[in-house]
Design a protein around this ligand. Sequence first.
Ligand code: ZN
Ligand code: ZN
Length: 338
Amino acid sequence: MKVSKWYNNSDIRIEEIPTPSPGEGEMLVKVHSCGICGSDVVEWYRLPRAPLVLGHEVGVEVVEVGAGVSKYKVGDRLFIAPKVPCMKCRYCLKGNFPQCSEVKDRLPGGFAGYILVPKELVNNGCYLLPDNVSYDQATFIEPLACVIRAQRLALIERGQTVLVLGSGMSGLLHVKLADNKHCKVMATDINHSKLEMAISSGADYVTTANTDILEQLVQVNGTKADAVIVTTSAMSALGQAWEAVDMGGVVVLFAVPEPGKEVIVPFNDFWRKEIRIITSYYCGPSDIDEAIALISYGEIIVDDLITHRLPLEDTARGFQILLDGEEAVKIIVRPHEG
Ligand SMILES: [Zn+2]
Ligand SMILES: [Zn+2]
């Protein structure tokens, strides 16, 4: 089978490897769709494990099950989590699943014809796709689950004003979810086509990122934001977040600057204002369940975010399009097409 192996963002190679066959408790699944995630192109995050096959936003079909697998059968349509928490360690017991210290098996990358699913993930990491959820839609399950978790941790609820800084894939999912919760939503980006997508995703107001966001926010909303969600690693967004968050509000660092970048936080100013700053990374099993339900019930429409569908051979081009940032929102690689 063919895999797309990532050495770095400018060196992605199509390589031929033997198609694995499932051992006891394992499964072989065919990759129909795999999304390129914003985190896939972050070199400092990915390089320590390179070279590797990336891709963790998958829609797959079971084509072979190993001995002892009874939970799934050939033909089942699945989303598979990239890793599963143990549910037993002190982090899991407190619901801090992304920090689980016992993760052993990771899902091999989805930019490949097939994936050999390890036993642990067969047992606890697979989710049957409802009939009305397509393989392409399945690629949104993991990113939406991360967004769901972030907004849950931030205690975002109906009636609040939510400012989303950055309207790429995750920013737009934040807009959609906050809109679904009946929040007042404002979004920014440096790119005009992204701002148009933010409007069609439910933002009540959008503005270019390089303007005085605070002034506009107060003008249209009357107050600062209850929650500011940072989905870009641009340093300027942090200053805007500190400025635009209201007293008692929260800044969610969904994306962070590169390692080593020094950030100044006005803690003295925040003290009496009781402004919370939280980070959010990855998601947990209940977030994945919720993401599947929201997509299946049509509560969150994702199809309009798909801008590119590419064959496996074009993975490198897909990475480049996402890095260029202009037109791309969601790029889906379809290993068995083209
Ligand atoms: Zn992702
Ligand atoms: Zn754990």
